[in-house]
Design a protein around this ligand. Structure first.
Ligand code: 0A1
Ligand code: ZN
Length: 848
């Protein structure tokens, strides 16, 4: 197939790169990059191929002598020197190229953001900087000299020289090119330090634009917490004298783990109580940790090729999730992670973009930075940890670091480590890595003569390119409860390996209530015929907090599904909500999570999975109706919970106060259906932190009465782009469906809307795609508007355009009219002249 890369065609690179020494002479329109590579053939003679794109070659020297034009070939994708031109032993190759960072709108390679030079090289951006084997299994030592009049000049590793107009950096750790970074600009540091367990003092800096220094303390403290945690939980110490983080305004993703020089989207660094929400704080802490943890899982041990991406990403997400569970409220964090996994990854797995955590082919690797690689990858690591237990898992990880430090590895290497550390055969378990799709796990139960039996059946529906799915190895955590809520059997890890399998529990005096898949022990869809009464019982009594939440969630989901089809809410559910509201013994953040209704997309997915076309308008109306019904039935209890959750005193982003604010805002949304938003208006006016200000504003927008509040918010925050992203986003997500497309079109047409910046674009268009009934409008106006903007963004920033096209991954869930509109939108994108490879691959898969 054209332009397809296959895992099966992997071949080692025939040369070793001992070192690369680079000099950058920075200029916006004509930066000159000189690179000197020291190479040695690995085995036998081979042509030398170096990747390179959009580079103007000015000079090329082999062994110090100019290479005549006939001695090499230059194409759009690289440079090749035939084997016969090369010496038999080690040699040097020098190139000088010219690039134009100011014209780089794709934000890949060396580009400029607000007067700042910065780089993004993962996955294949280094080839836009110089000619080089741009693949992760080629690891080399980098020496970098930067020449520029800008005050701060940074690269990887340790600084080794600094003068007027130049700086030199040396990274002692061999690394793949995707971890290279360079930053130059007028930046200010917030500095701190960390002393490692073995006594190395590390200087820490968070670099930001002048004026933003006041918002860096939390990021710095998060970094220090992450460094400590990695020593305690994984025995991993930092390995350089310096760790730099830089915040940039234009960035396609969240952040990047370049060795010793992490580059962050500014929204994931900058935080103050007035400008950042509790959710922002939690995410900043998690992403700072994530990138830091990559120093070992990604940088010291990297990936052999990009098919192995989940080797570093799944593991590193698992590590950052564990970190957040440890430093905040573990049970609540697990609930948030699972809710996000189901909303995004299960959705991906159920649609045309489904792929395994380790895919076996791709056209554009940037399209595989997916929730399947990241979040499902993390779940798979979590299952390994559950199967081996805490000590077994730690032993396996110790072995992984010991055996593979300094190497570029595969998923096979990783599994072998777990097999060797545990003595278990994990060949069936490996299917989780190489097959797509979410297994469905059906369970029935029997109780006879004191023996309780659970009969499980597993089945994974077909996904693109995979018709047959053999059974998986599934860890199923089960506990049994007695009739009054006491625990009859503590949690036990059942291991299912067959298509059908039964598990018996003996010696029970009464029929138990089972609590199955505790802690979400495997990423599966559990199906069990149960009654609302039993779910309400579990919501009230389960000793596993995750399953408590889960019981309430499925009750709510089933109630909403029934209501969307014209039914009435389940009385058991209405009662259960009253109990949860009044349960002051439960953690406030947990109560908030239990009270919040499932989103409309989740209901649509559940309806569609039964083979029925989802009706976005009916779902929206049902959700609205359920909020009103609950608020009416329990008004006094909502008021009490709202008032009881006030957090007086100075703001702290800690889990305790954040949980209370979350309860306060969850109850506020219900109360707004009774008081026409009066409480929300009052909270908006009194709010002293962004969490409450934005929370109250969101409620007002959803109620359709936010004009004055929106104007006030914009007047206060007009000069703060990151805050205005929130302003745009709440409107795009929450404006009532019939008005949403018109509103988004107006906000997008505002000349002040800087749509070329990915944060701005995502805040508005990404927000709109999350407005379920607004985006999936029956007349196709939502799809058409969105498509216009994707087509406009693609020539400038293909990566972000392609990523955002995933809004169309669910089009088959809806009725024939909506399907036809979605197909027309995809066809219109596909027919656009000059479409990027990124977006072309996506629309091909989406339509397929
Ligand atoms: N490795 C980073 C994410 C990242 C991936 C690709 C990028 O550009 C294409 C940028 C960042 C992480 O996992 O945080
Ligand atoms: Zn990562």
């Amino acid at each position: 197939m054209d332009g397809v890369t296959l895992l099966s065609e992997y071949k080692p690179y025939p040369f070793e790169i001992e070192s690369i020494s680079m000099t950058f002479r920075l200029a916006p329109e004509a930066t000159v990059v000189r690179a000197e590579l020291k190479l040695a053939p690995r085995a036998g003679r081979a042509d030398l191929h170096l990747d390179g794109e959009e580079l103007t070659l000015r000079e090329i020297l082999l062994g110090g002598a100019p290479l005549p034009p006939g001695a090499y070939t230059l194409t759009k994708t690289g440079l090749t020197i035939l084997a016969e031109q090369l010496p038999e032993g080690p040699f040097t190759l020098e190139t000088e190229v010219e690039i134009a960072p100011a014209r780089n709108t794709a934000l890949e390679g060396l580009y400029m953001s607000n007067g700042l030079y910065c780089t993004q090289c993962e996955a294949e951006g280094f080839r836009k900087i110089t000619f080089y084997p741009d693949r992760p299994d080629v690891m080399a030592r980098f020496h970098v000299r930067i020449e520029s009049d800008l005050p701060v000049l940074l690269s990887n590793g340790n600084p080794v020289g600094l003068g007027k107009g130049w700086a030199e950096w040396d990274d002692p750790w061999p690394k793949p090119a995707y971890l290279f970074a360079l930053v130059a600009g007028d930046l200010r540091a917030t500095s701190g330090e960390f002393t490692t367990a073995s006594g190395r003092k590390v200087d820490l800096n968070i670099w930001v634009r002048p004026g933003d220094e006041t918002r860096c303390d939390f990021a710095l403290a998060s970094l220090q917490r992450a460094m400590k945690w990695d020593e305690e939980a994984y025995g991993r110490e930092y390995d350089l004298d310096l760790f730099n983080i830089v915040a940039v305004d234009d960035f396609n993703m969240g952040a990047m783990e370049n060795k010793g020089l992490n580059i962050f989207n500014s929204k994931l660094v900058l935080a103050s109580p007035e400008t950042a929400t509790d959710t922002d704080y939690e995410r900043i802490e998690a992403v700072i940790a994530h990138e830091y943890f990559h120093n070992w899982t990604g940088n010291r041990i990297t990936c052999r090729d990009w098919f192995q991406l989940c080797l570093k990403e799944g593991l590193t997400v698992f590590r950052d999730q564990s970190f957040t569970r440890d430093v905040r409220l573990g049970a609540l964090k697990r609930i948030e992670d699972v809710a996000a996994l189901r909303a995004r990854q299960f959705r991906e797995d159920a649609g045309p973009l489904a792929h395994p955590p380790r895919p076996s082919s791709y056209k554009e690797i940037n399209n595989f930075y997916t929730t399947t690689v990241y979040e499902k990858g993390a779940e798979v690591v979590g299952m390994l940890a559950r199967l081996l237990g805490p000590e077994g898992y730690r032993a396996a990880l110790d072995l992984y670091f010991e055996r593979h430090d300094g190497q570029a590895c595969t998923i096979e290497d990783w599994i072998t480590v777990f097999e060797d550390a545990s003595g278990r055969d994990l060949s069936q378990f490996k299917l989780w890595y190489v097959q797509a799709g979410t297994p469905r796990l059906r369970v029935a139960e029997r109780f006879e003569n004191g023996t309780y039996t659970l009969d499980f059946v597993q089945e994974t529906p077909p996904t693109p390119g995979e018709a047959e799915k053999p059974p998986r190895h599934i860890p199923i955590a089960v506990g049994l409860l007695g009739p009054n809520g006491n625990e009859l059997r503590p949690t036990e890890m059942l291991e299912m390996t067959q298509a059908r399998q039964s598990f018996r529990f003996e010696g029970l005096a009464v029929r138990p209530v089972p609590s199955i898949l505790r802690g979400f022990s495997a990423p599966v869809l559990l199906e069990r015929a149960t009654t609302p009464a039993e779910q309400a019982f579990l919501l009230a009594h389960d000793t596993d907090p995750f399953n408590r939440w889960e019981a309430g969630r499925s009750l709510a989901r089933e109630t909403l599904m029934a209501m969307a089809e014209g039914g009435a809410p389940a009385p058991d559910y209405l009662e259960a909500v009253g109990q949860m509201l009044a349960d002051e013994s439960a953690d406030p953040g947990f109560r908030a999570a239990c009270l919040r209704l499932p989103g409309e997309d989740e209901i649509a997915a559940a309806i569609a999975s039964k083979g029925v076309a989802a009706d976005p308008d009916a779902i929206h109306a049902a959700r609205r109706k359920l909020m009103e019904t609950l608020a009416q039935k329990h008004e006094a209890a909502f008021v009490a919970a709202y008032e009881g959750a006030a957090v007086p005193g100075p703001y702290s982003p800690d889990a305790g106060p954040a949980g209370k604010r979350s309860l306060r805002l969850a109850t506020l949304a219900f109360l707004a259906t009774r008081d026409s938003g009066a409480r929300a208006q009052a909270l908006f006016e009194a709010a002293e932190n962004m969490t409450e200000s934005l929370g109250a504003l969101s409620v007002l927008v959803a109620e359709g009465g936010a004009a004055a509040a929106l104007a006030r918010f914009a007047a206060r925050w007009g000069a703060e782009p990151l805050v205005m992203d929130k302003w745009r986003s709440v409107q795009a997500v929450l404006t009532p469906p019939e008005a949403a497309a018109g509103l988004v079109a107006r906000l997008a047409a505002d000349p002040g809307f800087e749509w070329k910046n990915p944060n701005r674009f995502r805040s508005l268009l990404g927000g709109f795609a999350a407005n379920h009934a607004g985006f999936h409008r029956a007349d196709g106006a939502g799809y058409a508007l969105y498509t216009d903007w994707l087509i406009r963004l693609d020539p400038l920033n293909p990566q972000t355009a392609a990523r955002m096209s995933t809004a169309f991954e669910t089009w088959r869930r809806y009725d024939a009219t909506r399907q036809a509109h979605a197909q027309a939108a995809l066809a219109r994108i596909a027919a656009t002249p000059g479409l990027s490879r990124d977006l072309a691959e996506m629309v091909g898969r989406l339509a397929g």
